[in-house]
Structure formats: structure tokens, C-alpha cells
Design a protein around this ligand. Structure first.
Ligand code: PLP
Length: 223
């Protein structure tokens, strides 16, 4: 068995109960995904719609596909056809477009609200106070085909451990505020997706339930 197989087995053994591993397979060929699948991996994450579309038919049907990239309106239709989870919902506009398209296609899509906690302008997501006030206004109610299952966040890309930990704490605070507030009683709202190859241990310590790990499973990406 190869390195990817062993890495998946090790991660499955090491991650606490209740933490889902999403293997981030963007830019990697299907052969590598199949090796991860053979080791028992079922959740895969991709960040480009076209690449996802190409991989889906080449993989077994029991894979759950997570979309984690920035989503543009003109790709919603294609994405709704092939993803089960869209983690990177960063505006009300895109949320409603997904809902409308999913209803039209007769599909149910799980989504996460991406919250912007990083100290970088380049990252996407709702501001944390925005997400809370929108929630209080009822902006996340009345969807037909979309289930909001939680919150996704990315920490600042920095070597500074304290900054990364603080970002995760802010994401956790937002998640908890929604969970105890407008989403109280909506049991599907239960996921906090944060933590990547270099920082997932800190994310888990701060309540992450979904880690998105790419390079430490599949090696460096070739862009
Ligand atoms: C690429 C990517 C990851 C995985 O990053 P690694 O450092 O390779 O583990 C996780 N989350 C998002 C949103 C990504 O775009």
C-alpha cells in the first residue's frame, strides 16, 4: 500500500470521534483519490467546479463531494448537479441561487456559511457580525432545498500560532452564537469546518467538527 493509503489510515485513527475528514483533492489526479478511497476515505473536497465535474463520474458513487472554493453565479447550476455539500457560501445572493437551482433540480444540498475571520482582505466570507445580524433578521430561513449545516472558516495564512488560534476562536464564537441563537432547535446546524494540513490540531482543540486536509495527504499540489 502506498503513502496516501497509510496517511488516510493514520488520520482516521488519530482524529477524535465526531470529527469528519474531508480529503482536499484539488489539483490531484483521480488515481490518488482512489488510493484514499481504498483506505476508507469517503469525503472529498474540491475548489473548482470544472475539476469536480470531471472527477465525480470517475469515482465510486458513495463519495460525498464538498465544494470549498469561491463560487460564482454562473457555476451554480453545474455545481448543484454534482456536489452534496457546499462549504463556501459567502453571500445571501449565492445562497439563494443555490436554493433556487437545487429546488429546480429536485436535489437537497447541504451548505455551510463561510465566515471571514482571517486578517487578510483576499479571503472570502461573511463578516462575523454580519452573519449574526443577518441571522437575527431571519435571512437564513425559508429555504426550500438547502440545509444550512454549519459554519466554515479559514485562518490567516501565517506562521504566527497565536493569530491562527485566535482566528479559530472567533469562528467558534460565531458558530456558537448562531447555534444558541437563531439556529437553536435546528439540529442539522452542527458543523464547524476549520483546520487544514498545518493547523488542524489547533482547530480541533477549538471545536472543529470537519477538517479539510490536502497537502499532508496527497503531497504538494502542481498548479
Ligand atoms: C486547499 C484548501 C484546503 C487544504 O489545504 P492544505 O493546506 O493542502 O491542507 C483546505 N481548505 C480550503 C478552503 C482550501 O482551499
Amino acid at each position: 500500500m502506498g503513502e496516501i493509503f497509510n496517511k488516510i489510515k493514520d488520520l482516521h485513527a488519530a482524529l477524535p470521534q465526531g470529527v469528519t475528514l474531508v480529503a482536499v483533492s484539488k489539483f490531484h489526479p483521480v488515481e490518488k483519490l482512489l488510493e484514499a478511497y481504498d483506505a476508507g476515505q469517503r469525503h472529498f473536497g474540491e475548489s473548482r467546479v470544472q475539476e469536480l465535474e470531471q472527477k465525480v463520474p470517475q469515482m465510486p458513487e458513495d463519495v460525498t463531494w464538498h465544494f470549498i472554493g469561491h463560487l460564482q453565479s454562473n457555476k451554480v447550476k453545474k455545481l448543484v448537479r454534482c456536489a452534496q455539500v457546499i462549504q463556501s457560501v459567502d453571500s445571501l445572493k449565492i445562497l439563494h441561487e443555490i436554493d433556487k437551482e437545487a429546488a429546480k433540480q429536485g436535489r437537497e444540498i447541504s451548505v455551510m456559511l463561510q465566515v471571514h475571520v482571517a486578517q487578510e482582505e483576499t479571503k472570502f466570507g461573511f463578516a462575523s457580525d454580519e452573519i449574526v445580524s443577518l441571522s437575527k433578521e431571519g435571512a437564513f430561513e425559508g429555504l426550500q432545498a438547502v440545509r444550512i449545516v454549519g459554519v466554515m472558516a479559514m485562518a490567516t495564512n501565517t506562521e504566527d500560532e497565536a493569530v491562527v488560534k485566535q482566528d479559530f476562536e472567533r469562528a467558534r464564537d460565531v458558530f456558537e452564537e448562531l447555534e444558541k441563537g437563531e439556529f437553536a432547535g435546528r439540529s442539522e446546524f452542527s458543523e464547524l469546518s476549520m483546520g487544514m494540513s498545518d493547523d488542524y490540531a489547533w482547530a480541533i482543540e477549538r471545536g472543529s467538527t470537519v477538517v479539510r486536509i490536502g497537502s499532508s495527504i496527497f503531497g504538494p499540489r502542481e498548479y
